[in-house]
Design a protein around this ligand. Structure first.
Ligand SMILES: NC(=O)c1ccc[n+]([C@@H]2O[C@H](COP(=O)([O-])OP(=O)(O)OC[C@H]3O[C@@H](n4cnc5c(N)ncnc54)[C@H](OP(=O)(O)O)[C@@H]3O)[C@@H](O)[C@H]2O)c1
Length: 251
């Protein structure tokens, strides 16, 4: 199968490409650095020629709300139009668990717009909604930090290793389109405050973590279960402790 990975040079895209190649598939890693720009459309039609699946795991270079909305709206319009023209029979995209719940989170708002455009495109599709990556925990801690103190809510989080996300996407690529979304999450639900306390202590990061249930998550208030996968989600095996230990050994 020919699979085009939009964002194929990124954290998820690289791992997904390697898994698909191991499975004998022809992979095109599409990104500005390989001559494909989904904002301008450059290189897109050529990359998608003869593809059986297009997977979008790209990300906006800026997380500023207006910029990220522009990124996902423009790129999704361009990819869906090019995929329709090339008659690509399966469109796979990576989204986020709970993305449609909290109003006020500009990044989530842009991902909802991305999902809406995919659904409206008429293309057969599968959306995989993942929880936050273990790799993203540091950024979450930083986002809650004020004057050296982490003010984090006790709302639940269930982080997942990016390698497990890539595995679930590889399985989705070789399956039939579901024309819906499915959820995937890590193995351990816990409070954001408790997770950050443990992770910072493990890393020897001296920041204190104070529980603050009014702290907003990238601009949005969280309910206890907003970021948690629902019943029927695929639960990935790798805990953040195992992931961190493997990174420490590799470093
Ligand atoms: N972080 C999380 O916890 C989390 C949770 C759930 C879902 N997700 C989703 O996971 C997806 C992938 O995230 P990631 O961390 O793997 O991203 P990443 O490492 O930042 O990679 C982004 C990719 O997008 C490409 N890209 C940027 N601008 C582009 C453009 N104009 N045209 C084509 N490609 C472009 C980049 O190409 P270059 O290398 O050329 O710059 C790179 O390959 C995102 O959509 C995100 O919403 C993330």
């Amino acid at each position: 199968m020919k699979v085009v990975i939009i964002g194929g040079t990124g954290l998820i895209g690289k791992q997904l490409g390697a898994l698909l190649q191991q499975g004998g598939h022809a992979v095109v890693a599409a990104a500005p650095s390989t001559g494909v720009d989904t904002l301008t459309g450059e290189g897109l039609a050529q990359a998608l020629q003869g593809a059986q699946v297009v997977v979008d795991v790209s990300n906006s270079p800026s997380f500023e709300p207006a910029a990220v909305l522009r990124f996902f709206e423009t790129s999704t319009r361009n990819i869906t139009q090019a995929a329709a023209a090339a008659r690509v029979p399966h469109y796979v995209a990576l989204s986020i668990v709970g993305v449609d719940l909290p109003p006020g989170n500009g990044y989530f708002h842009a991902k909802v717009a991305q999902e809406r455009l995919i659904r409206a495109s008429g293309l057969p599709y599968s959306i995989v909604r993942a929880t936050q990556f273990h790799e993203f925990i540091g950024a979450i801690a930083d986002s809650f930090t004020r004057d050296g103190v982490v003010h984090a809510p006790s709302a639940g989080i269930q982080t997942i290793a990016s390698a497990d996300v890539a595995r679930a996407l590889a399985d989705t690529v070789v399956a039939a389109p579901i024309n819906s979304w499915r959820e995937i999450g890590g193995p351990q639900p816990q409070g954001i405050d408790a997770l950050l306390r443990e992770v910072l202590a493990t890393k020897g990061d001296p920041r204190e973590v104070r529980t603050d249930d009014h702290a907003s998550y990238f601009g949005a208030p969280l309910q206890a279960g907003t970021l948690l996968p629902g019943p029927g989600a695929w639960i990935a095996p790798t805990t953040w402790q195992a992931w961190a230990a493997a990174r420490a050994i590799a470093a």
